[in-house]
Design a protein around this ligand. Sequence first.
Ligand SMILES: Cc1cc2nc3c(=O)[nH]c(=O)nc-3n(C[C@H](O)[C@H](O)[C@H](O)COP(=O)(O)OP(=O)(O)OC[C@H]3O[C@@H](n4cnc5c(N)ncnc54)[C@H](O)[C@@H]3O)c2cc1C
Length: 612
Amino acid sequence: MAHTDIQVPDIGDFDEVAVIELLVKVGDTVAVDQSLITVESDKASMEIPSSHAGVVKEIKVKLGDKVKQGSVVLVLEVAGAADAPAAPAAVIAPVSAPPSAPVTPVIASEAKPSTPASSYTGAVDVDCDVLVLGSGPGGYSAAFRAADLGLKVVMVERYPELGGVCLNVGCIPSKALLHVAAVMDEVSHMSALGVDFGKPKLNLDMLRAHKDKVVGKLVGGVGSMAKMRKVTVLRGYGSFVDANHLQVEETTGTAQDKTGGKQVVSFKTCIIAAGSQAVHLPLFPDDPRVVDSTGALQLAKVPKRMLVVGGGIIGMEMATLYSTLGSRIDVVEMTDGLMQGADRDLVKVWQKMNAPRFDNLMLKTKTVSARAMAKGIEVTFEGEGAPAPQVYDLVLQAVGRTPNGKKIAAEKAGVAVTDRGYINVDIQMRTNVPHIFAIGDIVGQPMLAHKAVHEAHVAAEVIAGELQGNKELAASAFNARVIPSVAYTDPEVAWVGLTEDQAKAQGIKIKKGLFPWAASGRATANGRNEGFTKLLFDDSPEAHGHGKILGGGIVGPTAGDLIGEVALAIEMGADAVDIGKTIHPHPTLGESIGMAAEVAHGSCTDLPPARK
Ligand SMILES: Cc1cc2nc3c(=O)[nH]c(=O)nc-3n(C[C@H](O)[C@H](O)[C@H](O)COP(=O)(O)OP(=O)(O)OC[C@H]3O[C@@H](n4cnc5c(N)ncnc54)[C@H](O)[C@@H]3O)c2cc1C
């Protein structure tokens, strides 16, 4: 028996193509012309056949790799051929690798080299196919998908409530409160239309109770669904003891106080979904009047003067809430604009409408010191928009979130963690340890619940596929083209895919279709026609005037609900005709997407004729 390299043959006009599917695994016997991998260019996908018959000894590519003619796909053991020189291995190993298994080098350069994993030989309390660490949208989605695929699952959570940041102190409570704020704002405009509801009377206890009830309902739902799926939930603080064991220190109460009780879970595979936490700036004193988003959502009281540190989405959502409830708001932001990442034209519309909320909008400015005084928190600023020191009743730090990678003793499992606490993964959500996966905030930006959920499904499917020998599931990969972003402010700002600013910076030629909501019947009827819908299409010479949609942005009420259609169009490779010819119901705000496509196409009749 001898070894031979199977290479990518001539693939025509394509220089580099991405590996999107592995059709064989180590140990498989393959015939001549049997397909080995599927590759995809931006125009087509194709299967790469084997030039020899034999047994697969080593796979040289992994999902997401770029290959070209001559790249070695795998090493085959064939009868009678001369031995080919062996290249360094990049094996996609079976997921149930033993603790001592070699580490597959998928980690990017920022990650610290992993130390050799420890080896645990003590007693085991629970065993499972998949251990999921964390019960946020990433964790519970992974646990439920794995259970639905027939695996024995244990999910570990340190807090009493399941659901993680999103359900308890993030997406859901913020939206419960923002909904109330949006209704209050809407109602306040009604007097101009002849219906006056008077000045709102605020009962903060009831408002808080409403938010808590919403959270409780959804958290309870996650618990019930875990039971229905027979997912074992262990309450406690999880940390690795080696690559196949996790210690769970039992926690109690409303926080994470340890009881001293310990359990050890033995797992075949693991999905790390331990999330992130708010960044706290050391310059601020430890004082109840200095909060992060979790503290702000507790809504202890409505401050007279509030400083929001950080002009990102979370900061602006909280600014919206508190200003509607009656606070005067200052915002300090280090960069030159709010909601970085969104195109400036979208933000401009939001900013114009929201100007009355802010006393001071300090851009290119930072906080340099702060001290707790009886009358409030005195903050000193530095930079272009810096005023004299100011005193606030509440300071919200909304300057980002940091991943929890350094808090789970990942090194004992051999899992590499970057200096900033992220865990790098490949396109299948696999860490450098082949049977340990990671998902959600802990693997990187964007830190969004919908990203975590999709990554969760991929990890669970790959694990189930590999444990059960199901090739289709084992080939699952996170290959979403785009992930939408939404600021649930008033108006909402939503964007997905390529932005105009990115297109400019990257020299990508685009055709823009912009439909102003001033021309939308529904937006006008709603009295909210300040927004617009913008779609960006590929206008490179290769697109020959029929370029696919590359991105889009919407500003206006419910923009967050509308942007999903743009994401779908991008995923499906739609062009302006596809979108424009899709019949949208009238009169709706969603119509603006079809009309923006018509604008790009030159066939919109809801706007004045284009100037020739
Ligand atoms: C105010 C706010 C508003 C937001 N709004 C939105 C929004 O509108 N839309 C959106 O998509 N995203 C939003 N996000 C972001 C979203 O909440 C996160 O992206 C999402 O929760 C990440 O999910 P995850 O599963 O990765 O981690 P998390 O939700 O952080 O869950 C991780 C879980 O792991 C547990 N855990 C960590 N370490 C351990 C350990 N050692 N042992 C046991 N348990 C452990 C934690 O207690 C936590 O429950 C918001 C975030 C905030 C703060």
